[in-house]
Design a protein around this ligand. Sequence first.
Ligand code: IMP
Ligand code: MG
Length: 181
Amino acid sequence: MTDLHPDLVRILIDQEEIQKRVKELADQISQDFKDVKRLYIIGILKGAFIFLADLTRHISVPHVVDFMALSSYGRTTKSGAVRILMDLREPIEGQHILIVEDIVDTGHTLGYLLNILEGRNPASLHTCALVKKQRDIEAAPVDYLGFEIPDVWVVGYGLDYADLYRTLPYVAELKSEVYSD
Ligand code: IMP
Ligand code: MG
């Protein structure tokens, strides 16, 4: 039994389920990109760092890893305008790109990023996210999705609230009293 952190309501996805699904996603990606000489994987900081580390170690096609850091203005649990805090090290023209995100909520962040990267003329552009919140509107396309989750605030496995809880080994629902004052 995993001990539950006192700020959490319940575990939504446990460690074992995550590891199994991450391996499946990596196998699917390796299969789909088997003819690509160099897959350019972009991890979105900070949230994707744990997922990215596990995922890429199961990917069997030649790949490189780079990072971007993005930030939304506004409060910690509300998304707003997106800006680039840290950009890629190389131009990506003609490269096969896979964006790796921790979570897609409204899809604003991923939608913005797709727009920016499209403009740099990659050979192909795909997206992978560990979790996606169930919403009525389709915000941004996720080609490789780990799990759909209910619309609650989740932490763990890279996901944070105010930069905390990222290193919990599972994805769990945060108690609302922790973030509402
Ligand atoms: P968006 O609404 O899809 O643009 O998501 C904006 C950003 O908010 C994501 O990239 C995450 O960093 C963060 N985010 C959204 N929902 C959650 C959550 O439940 N837990 C942790 N971070 C979240
Ligand atoms: Mg975040």
